[in-house]
Design a protein. Structure first.
Length: 344
C-alpha cells in the first residue's frame, strides 16, 4: 500500500522534493492546496512530472464519512468515520458563534479503561495514523463547506475524542506540526489542546517536544482512592507525580494548564472534594473545567443536579481559580464528553 500524503509534515515533504529534484516551491504549493484550500483533487499548480510522481507514490484518500449525526438542540455535529481497515472512530464539531471547535480522536478505542468513559469499554484496538487524524479535520471542514457554507471555520482543536493522545504521541505530534505549519492549516499554538488521563511517559515527551501546545489533565478527584477507581492508570502514575511533573514545566506567560473535573453524583461532588481540589490547585497557572457527568447506555454513574454543580464551583471560587462549568452540547446525539463509542 502507498504511504499517505497526509502522514507527511512539512520537513518530510521538503526532503522528498529535494531527493527527487523537484522545484522547491512544490512543497509550499502542495501544502497550500491540500491544507489551506483543503482540496482533495490533483493539485493543478505543480509541474506534470511532480504531479505524476506524487500520484504514483502517495495515497491521497481521506477517511470515509460513514454517518453524520446533527444535534437538533445546538448544531453540534458528530461524524462516524470508516477507516481503510473498517475500524471506526468518531469526531465532534462543537459550535460557538458560527465557528467550531473540533474534538479529534487519536486511537481506535482506548487502553486507559476509565470507569466513567464509554470509549474505555471498547479497549484499545489500535493507534490512529497522522493521516487519519488530519483526515478527521479535513473531512469535517469539507462537510461544513458543503452543508453549512460560510461556516467552515474550525478555530480550536482539542484531542478529547476517543483515545489517549499521549499514548499515541508520534502520530499526534506530527498532526500538531501540520496544524501549526504556516504552509498548512496555520492554526495558532494556543488553539490546540491535548487532553490526558495523566500518562507520564507521554507527558515527558509533550514537555520536551511540543510544550507550547496546551495541556489538559483529567483530574477528576484529588483523593488517591477515588482517582484509582475512576482512572486505573493512577495506580501506576499517581496524581501527585503527575502534578509534580507538570509543575516543573516552564509555561509561556499566557499559557495555562486546564484541569478537567468530571462531577459525579454522590461520588466526587461534595464541598470536601471541592476544597481539597482547591487546595491542590491554588496558586498554579490553572483553569478548572467542570464537566457534569454525561450518561451513556449502561453507565454506572449519574450526573449531579445543577445546585450541586454550582455549589462545587462556589467553593472553588473562594480559591480564586478560574473555573468554567462546561455546558452540555450534543448529548442528544451522544456526542458529549465520554459518550463516544464506535464499536457498533
Ligand atoms: N484520554 C484523554 C482524552 C479523552 S476524554 C483524557 O483522559 O483526558 C476527554 C474528556 O472527557 C476527559 O476529561 C474525560 O475524562 C472526559 N469524559 C470521559 N467520559 C466522560 C463522561 N461520561 N462524562 C463527562 N466527561 C467524560
Amino acid at each position: 500500500m502507498k504511504p499517505s500524503f497526509y502522514d507527511l509534515n512539512y520537513p518530510d515533504l521538503e526532503t522528498i522534493i529535494n531527493t527527487n529534484h523537484f522545484n522547491s516551491s512544490v512543497a509550499r504549493i502542495l501544502f497550500n492546496w491540500h491544507y489551506k484550500k483543503k482540496q482533495n483533487t490533483a493539485c493543478p499548480d505543480i509541474s506534470k512530472s511532480a504531479l505524476a510522481f506524487f500520484q504514483q507514490n502517495f495515497d491521497f484518500s481521506l477517511p470515509e464519512i460513514d454517518t453524520v449525526y446533527e444535534s437538533e438542540k445546538d448544531r453540534t455535529v458528530k461524524f462516524l468515520f470508516k477507516l481503510q481497515d473498517n475500524h471506526k472512530v468518531e469526531t465532534v464539531l462543537i459550535p460557538f458563534n458560527n465557528k467550531y471547535s473540533i474534538c479529534l480522536s487519536s486511537q481506535v478505542g482506548c487502553a486507559m479503561n476509565c470507569s466513567f468513559c464509554f470509549t474505555g469499554e471498547q479497549g484499545l484496538k489500535r493507534n490512529l495514523t497522522t493521516s487519519e487524524i488530519m483526515g478527521q479535520f479535513l473531512q469535517a471542514w469539507r462537510w461544513l463547506a458543503s452543508n453549512r457554507a460560510g461556516e467552515e471555520r474550525i478555530l480550536n482543536i482539542v484531542f478529547m475524542g476517543q483515545g489517549e493522545p499521549l499514548h499515541n504521541f508520534d502520530a499526534v505530534k506530527k498532526a500538531c506540526e501540520i496544524f501549526l505549519s504556516q504552509y498548512g492549516t496555520s492554526i495558532g499554538v494556543q488553539k490546540i489542546t491535548i487532553s490526558t488521563a495523566g500518562y507520564i511517559p507521554g507527558l515527558k515527551r509533550w514537555s520536551e517536544e511540543i510544550p507550547r501546545v496546551n495541556l489538559a489533565l483529567s483530574l477528576h478527584s484529588p483523593f488517591a482512592e477515588k482517582r484509582n477507581q475512576l482512572i486505573p492508570i493512577n495506580k501506576k502514575y499517581p496524581l501527585e507525580d503527575v502534578l509534580t511533573y507538570i509543575d516543573q514545566v516552564p509555561l509561556n506567560k499566557k499559557q495555562f494548564i486546564t484541569y478537567e473535573y468530571i462531577l459525579i453524583k454522590d461520588f466526587n461532588d461534595s464541598a470536601n472534594d471541592a476544597e481539597k481540589l482547591g487546595n491542590l490547585l491554588a496558586g498554579k497557572s490553572a483553569y478548572i473545567n467542570i464537566i457534569p457527568f454525561n450518561p451513556y447506555p449502561g453507565s454506572r454513574y449519574q450526573r449531579p443536579d445543577l445546585d450541586t454543580v454550582e455549589n462545587f464551583k462556589a467553593v472553588l471560587d473562594t480559591f480564586k481559580i478560574p473555573t468554567l462549568i462546561r455546558g452540555v452540547k450534543g448529548d442528544d446525539v451522544l456526542a458529549a464528553c465520554g459518550q463516544l463509542n464506535s464499536k457498533n
